[in-house]
Design a protein around this ligand. Structure first.
Ligand code: B12
Ligand code: SF4
Length: 477
């Protein structure tokens, strides 16, 4: 079987720099290759023409995304059509996240029009969560694939209904993604190739998070296999900085201890970052991780309001957040706190408590998310019940509504506690405060120090970070 797997362009339509490579698609391609099939990955967001570097301005760039969709002129379209023509694959698989849904639909339709007999498969989080909706938006596909795609060849076209369901796979049988299968391999920095997922699944159920696609049981890759793959990327692709994007990398202390021990024994000169939950932050664990190369931890703080934390089903309290912040500061490791505002039920006072918490815990970087409803989340279901959200999109929405406003039942606000103008002005105000907070010189120096080794090895990263920082300062001053 010959397969081209495509990540639809999204950031590229807005000139934004993308980070990383399409991990899930590369995992599928690598698995297919291991069983003797031919497969490559075409990344429609490969960084060939980036002009913007500040993601916090993304919502203001959505007009460019919508314009590209309406004109049906997506970046890379010609190159992609040429590639399909040249390789004549049996299957084209398209990755669909909710944010990229419209681009995926346009891409599939253009491909179907040009190559009517091509077998087109849609897969990815949005398809796994909203397969019934997909059929109402377009008919330019042969199969909707629900679940993990590594065994794609088991799903053949012509099945009725055109839906394939894959049970969860044993991670021991799934090889790590092989970068040489990326069509645009030269457009990634060594750091971009350091993206790694060592587990799948999360036992928690935060109400805004779509991790239900993985179910709650956590599956792990064996630690020795993880370190062996790091070593491979180190030697083959010169990766010196790894980003572990596991939902909760520090969940199992025994596994973390094993990871640090095996990694230390390999004596690689690397650094890494990971995501963590508050309750997994302990001084002992941070000490061993720092010795192993941990330079950046990203922690979900989310809100300073106990009421909103409960609405989010976050299962953490303010005292625990403050204790973890003290531990992180004492460790000297650079840390980012993620915050989220604007969920249904949140009031202005709650957002003010979040800003007050930010000022008390003083993370090295404060990332602010503004609520966007994603199908498959508890907040989505509650929003539909309350009449704030509609259950399904209509085809027109794809070309007229920016992705951060998908599923809104009423124009302009998801809020049931504020009118649209009050909601908008709160978001603007909190955004400004966070932006101001992140411009602090001392914190930026600490970030640069945490990336010193990386800069010494790859000076172009320093240039890129400086450019990102500058566009951040310039864009919002
Ligand atoms: C790393 C990551 C990112 C990276 C991107 C990395 C990359 N290029 O791969 C960055 C930081 C850029 C990112 C950004 C965002 N992300 Co993100 N991200 C993740 C994370 C943590 C891991 C993704 C991953 O590699 N998973 C492992 C692989 C193996 O899984 P996978 O990609 O889903 O692919 C598997 C299956 O879905 C399926 N599959 C996927 N595509 C296809 C295609 C075919 C044809 C087939 C057959 C099967 C198939 O098979 C794959 C292999 O098993 C996930 C959470 C998670 N645990 O998955 C969130 C997640 C994907 N992100 C999410 C969100 C919301 C976002 C943002 C919108 C956040 C924001 N507000 O800005 C942006 C949007 C990005 C965009 N391009 O549109 C949501 C998606 C929800 C949804 N309904 O789409 C997730 C699920 C987080 C969550 N728990 O809610 N993200
Ligand atoms: S936000 Fe993190 S901890 Fe919560 S359910 Fe999602 S992945 Fe798990």
């Amino acid at each position: 079987m010959k397969t081209i797997l495509i990540d639809p362009p999204f950031y590229q339509t807005m000139g934004l720099r993308n980070r990383y490579f399409p991990y899930g698609l590369l995992s599928i391609a690598t698995s297919l290759r291991a069983r003797g099939h031919w497969a490559i990955v075409f990344d429609g967001d490969a960084n060939l023409r980036a002009t913007h570097f500040d993601y916090s301005t993304m919502t203001s760039l959505y007009d460019a995304y919508l314009a590209a969709l309406r004109a049906r002129s997506l970046p890379f379209m010609d190159a992609l059509l040429r590639m399909v023509d040249q390789h004549q694959p049996d299957v084209v698989g398209i990755h669909v996240m909710t944010t990229k849904l419209a681009a995926a639909v346009v891409l599939a339709e253009e491909l179907k029009q040009r190559f009517p007999s091509l077998d087109i498969v849609f897969g990815g989080p949005h398809v796994s969560l909203k397969s019934a909706e997909m059929s109402t938006l377009t008919s330019a596909f042969d199969t909707l694939y629900i679940g993990e795609g590594e065994h794609l060849e088991n799903c053949l076209a012509g099945s009725t209904p055109p839906i394939c369901r894959q049970e969860r796979l044993a991670l021991a049988e799934i090889p790590f993604p092989e970068p040489s299968l990326l069509v645009h391999k030269k457009s990634y920095s060594a750091e971009d190739l350091g993206l790694l997922m060592t587990s799948r699944g999360c036992p928690f159920q935060c109400a805004y998070c779509a991790t239900s696609i993985w179910k709650r049981r956590v599956r792990y890759h064996d630690v020795p296999a993880v370190v062996a793959h790091m070593e491979y990327l180190y030697h083959q692709y010169h990766v010196r900085y790894f980003a572990f994007k596991d939902d909760c990398f520090l969940l199992d202390p025994g596994r973390v201890e094993q990871f640090c021990r095996i990694l230390a024994a390999r004596r690689l000169r690397i650094a890494f970052e990971c995501n963590a939950r508050i309750e997994n932050i302990t001084p002992a664990m941070l000490r061993q991780l720092k010795r192993a190369g941990l330079r950046h931890v990203k922690v979900g703080v989310e809100s300073g309001s106990p009421r909103v934390l409960a609405l989010m089903n976050k299962q953490q309290d303010i005292a625990a957040i403050e204790a973890a912040a003290r531990t992180l500061h004492a460790s000297g490791i650079f840390w980012t706190a993620y915050f989220l505002i604007g969920i249904p039920g949140e009031r202005r006072e709650d957002a003010e408590e979040t800003v007050a918490l930010l000022r008390r815990i003083k993370p090295d970087f404060a990332s602010l998310g503004v609520y966007e409803p994603f199908p498959g989340t508890e907040l989505f279901n509650r929003g539909v019940e309350k009449g704030l959200l509609k259950e399904n999109l209509e085809r027109d929405d794809l070309f007229t509504i920016p992705p951060n406003r998908y599923y809104m039942a009423h124009k302009d606000s998801f809020s049931d506690t504020m009118d649209a103008e009050a909601y908008r002005s709160l978001v603007r105000e909190v955004n400004r405060l966070f932006h101001h907070y992140n411009r602090h010189l001392g914190r930026n120096v600490k970030r640069a120090r945490s990336r010193l080794k990386l800069y010494l090895r790859s000076p172009e990263r320093l240039l890129l970070d400086a450019r990102t920082f500058w566009s951040y300062v310039k864009g919002r001053s």
